[in-house]
Design a binder for this molecule. Sequence first.
Ligand SMILES: *Cc1c(COP(=O)(O)O)cnc(C)c1O
Length: 354
Amino acid sequence: MVSDENFRKVKPYVPGEQPKNDDVIKLNTNENPYPPSPKVLEVLGNIGNSSFRKYPDPEVSDLVQALADYHNVKRENVFVGVGSDDVIAMCFMTFFNGGKPVLFPDISYAFYKVWADLLKVNYDEIPLDNDFKIIPDDYFKENGGIIFPNPNAPTGLVLGLDKVESIIASSPKTVVIVDEAYIDFGGESALSLIDKYDNLIVTRTYSKSRAMAGMRIGYCVGSAELIKVLNSVKFSYNSYTMSDIAIKTGIASLKDEDYFKQTVGRIVDTREKTKRELNRLGFTFLDSSSNFIFAKHKDIDGEQLFNALKKNKIFVRHFNSEKIKDYLRITIGTEDEMKSLIDFLKRYLGYKEV
Ligand SMILES: *Cc1c(COP(=O)(O)O)cnc(C)c1O
């Protein structure tokens, strides 16, 4: 019988549930409730057989160029991958090989810890303060690299650009990754600092604000030197990461800025409205700048509420870890979906007027 003594043993990241049925209101994985731009669907309709038959462009040059133009940087500053999960995993593999601990917040994107364990990277989880805020000073110490999301997940709280910069500036010799998965929904991007700091990587994704989670497109922007090393590692691991369909639809999405702004604006409006409603129902929450709200009820246990919602086919996310177990992370859906959520909560909490 095979022995597992040579196996790599890891505790994997647990993604939010993807139900097979369409009859649930899905507010559990921060997907965009609106379709991608019609331009994306148009390009998709014109995909020919060569996109299937042939290997895709290993350099992904057209998408890299389109992203460079979009962000006003050089193509040498852009690296793309199969979702930002792939990009960040590549960054861990490429940049976090020192003996000193990599720093990230104790309440943050749970995948950081999983990659660190998988790749045997030493790390130190830095506690947020009692208001769930990142304290920049706590990162001003020796490290093997730093990563944090801005806005943070699952809190939704944004860190001001001056504070983000203070963290980048304090560790000039190691790579600092700012994971901007949610920046289109609020906050100031660190992209403006790319020319100033050669240790900075900013990661982005198409999965949330661009409504393309299913296409798996992510990228990062950084100094030409960092991007070059990142590409060397990628080409040592898997040359063909992105399908031609992802490349073509990814470019199309960038060409419809009006639609992008419109849908993001709608989600932000719905978020602010939902905050007011939740407040009336006795919830407290952090002031989210993302496309979700991290909320807890004054009387009702997080897990109980999670289960009650699930039974009524409304899926949200609950994390069973000590500091945040009272909270639910609720993705912002359409106006109608949020109305269904609020109506259910009113009934459940015993409010008369529905
Ligand atoms: C969703 C998310 C990602 C990963 O997104 P991809 O779908 O892999 O592009 C990365 N970081 C944070 C903080 C996220 O919430």
